[in-house]
Design a protein. Structure first.
Length: 561
């Protein structure tokens, strides 16, 4: 006896009893199939539904990324019928026609195709949107889903300049169904491709949309230039921003249920020469990793850093450029320490993820709540652990050091290239050397490198010029085996899927403290630390290259070698 789709989805963790009940209630009220009701309610992604149906029915999922570019021509089937019944023929072999369907239980369509073609019919699972796109592309006028939505927009021939001059018309257009669908389509595609940011960039003759995936920007299908004002205004309405204000930067937040998950978006707009540039930072709380080992910490660093963060007082700094995973490392550290015996307070700009049991404060300079002012008040709240989102000035640095000296464990970040650079930066800010050497426990520098896709990983021999450069930095033992990703549908043909950290952990040894008292520069500090056994970020990256986790090019890219 086949299991019910609801049972399969619950057992796989894709649904809960409560969300299934909501879907059953919707099915009773509006009809239709339980799976589609759950997708429409936002409790389930289409991909999870297809995976559940595959398990229930034993039918494979058809991947349009691997589809042939030529249509399968079969007499007796019209494109109009394909669109109405939401199927497309994908292969014909040995008298059997394989068709991708959004509803493989639609026996009427299967029987109609069999009678019309005299072939046996083998159904495959596929998304409705992908099927309609493929029908249009292979049998129709070649339009995509986005192009069909654009064609439905009333007033689509209005110029961007006219729209910007008419705020009421702009607001009405941004609230129309097709524009809403257009923006939702871009957001959904970004999430399906595991993007961390969505960029809407206006230029003279086009509105460009790009997704940042695993730290690298990729072009995406974009709406036409004439809809730029409506699309940007739609995003601003969602983020509760002022659509009439286009001369000043604005910041806001959006909370949506997309693909079965609650997603937060941090929205930033800034005026450019050809219109407002908008960036949506995707904050998926369910995907953030708060486990130091999963972030890529080597075993020895797990031991050393794990012992460091459990000390009763002192300061720990995490350094690196924007987008290097510093905040995630701090959140993972706080999650490790978070229990009922400790009071943890953070002050951040902005709060990216909310952690249960941690008191988090959002910086608001417009009302005088700066890092420095907030930190002064935090100390009076009797905390055990304090996290300062970033040390940006001498005042904040001084209060953080004083807090570390007076019995608090303080975490913070700095924008420096390596671990030794953080010490020089603080000395340059005017921090007293004796206070710094007494309060600082460790500095962790880090970068993020892309991980080789496990589905298309293959061995290869690096070119001679790359090997020659490597020989200047590492010692070969003759057993190295270099890997790379060939490119597949799972990684969108990039060869990479996901990211992992490479680290440089500088502990405050007696020798380092002496050099701090002597106000040594970053180069001297680094040289001494290496002589004491410091493993640099490049060295850690090399270990991950040899382990087959990443590539030579990735480590060189992020370490600027």
């Amino acid at each position: 006896m086949k299991k019910l789709i609801g049972e399969i989805l619950i057992s796989s963790g894709r649904l809960t009893e409560d969300t299934l009940k909501a879907g059953l209630d919707a099915q009773e009220a509006h009809g239709g199939k339980i799976g589609m009701n759950l997708v429409k309610l936002g409790y389930l992604s289409y991909e999870d539904l297809l995976t559940g149906l595959k398990e229930q029915l034993g039918i494979d999922i058809y991947d349009f990324m691997d589809a042939e570019t030529e249509p399968v021509i079969v007499d007796g089937i019209s494109p109009k019928f394909m669109k109405q019944a939401k199927f497309i023929p994908v292969a014909l072999s040995g008298g059997t026609l394989s068709i991708a369907m959004s509803d493989p239980l639609d026996s009427y369509t299967i029987e109609a195709v069999r009678l019309a073609t005299s072939f046996g019919v083998s159904p495959l699972l596929a998304k409705e949107e992908d099927i309609l796109d493929a029908v249009e592309r292979l049998y129709g006028g070649g339009s995509t889903h986005m192009e069909r939505i654009v064609g439905d927009i009333v007033g689509g021939d209005t110029t961007g300049e006219q729209l910007e001059d008419d705020i009421d018309h702009l607001k009405d257009m941004a609230s129309e169904g097709p524009v809403i669908k257009l923006v939702n389509l871009v957001i959904t595609r970004a999430l399906e491709q595991r993007a961390s940011d969505i960029h809407f960039e206006p230029f003279e003759n086009e509105l460009k949309v790009r997704f940042r995936i695993d730290g690298v920007l990729h072009d995406a299908e974009a709406p036409p230039k004439k809809l730029q004002a409506a699309v940007i205004s739609r995003i601003k309405i969602m983020a509760k921003l002022n659509i009439a204000e286009r001369r000043l930067p604005q910041d806001g937040r959006i909370k949506l249920r997309v693909l079965g998950k609650e997603i937060d978006f941090r929205v930033s707009t800034i005026p450019t020469y050809y219109g407002e540039s908008v960036v949506l930072r995707i904050l998926d709380r369910q995907s953030v990793i708060l486990d130091l080992k999963k972030l890529g910490f080597p075993e020895d660093y797990l031991t050393d850093f794990g012992a460091m963060i459990k000390k009763p007082h002192g300061m720990i700094l995490v350094t690196g450029p924007t987008g290097s995973g510093k905040t995630t490392t701090l959140y993972a550290s706080l999650s490790t320490l978070n229990d009922e015996e400790k009071k943890i307070i953070t002050i951040e700009d902005p709060i990216e993820y909310q952690i249960n049991g941690v008191n988090q404060i959002q910086v608001k300079p417009s009302i005088g709540l700066t890092f420095a002012n907030g930190l002064r008040s935090i100390v009076r709240q009797d905390p055990d652990i304090i996290m300062v989102g970033e040390i940006r000035d001498a005042e904040t640095a001084g209060i953080a050091i004083q807090s570390a000296l007076t019995g608090h464990l303080v975490f913070s970040t700095l924008h420096t290239n390596d671990s030794a650079g953080a010490i020089s930066r603080l000395l340059d800010m005017g921090m007293e050397d004796y206070l710094l050497s007494s309060s600082l426990l460790a500095v962790l520098a880090q970068r993020l490198v892309r991980v080789i896709c496990v589905n298309c990983k293959e061995a290869f021999t690096p070119p001679n010029e790359l090997m020659a450069e490597l020989e200047n930095h590492v010692e070969f033992n003759g057993e190295e085996r270099f890997l790379r990703g060939h490119g597949c549908t799972s990684c969108s043909n990039t060869g990479y899927r996901g990211r992992i950290g490479i680290y440089e952990l500088l502990n405050m040894s007696d020798g380092i403290k002496k050099l701090i008292m002597q106000k040594a520069d970053a180069a001297a500090l680094k040289e001494f630390a290496v002589s004491e056994g410091l493993r640099t970020m490049w060295d850690d990256g090399w270990l991950k290259i040899r382990a087959g986790l990443t590539t030579i090019e990735e480590v060189m890219r992020v370490t600027r070698r």
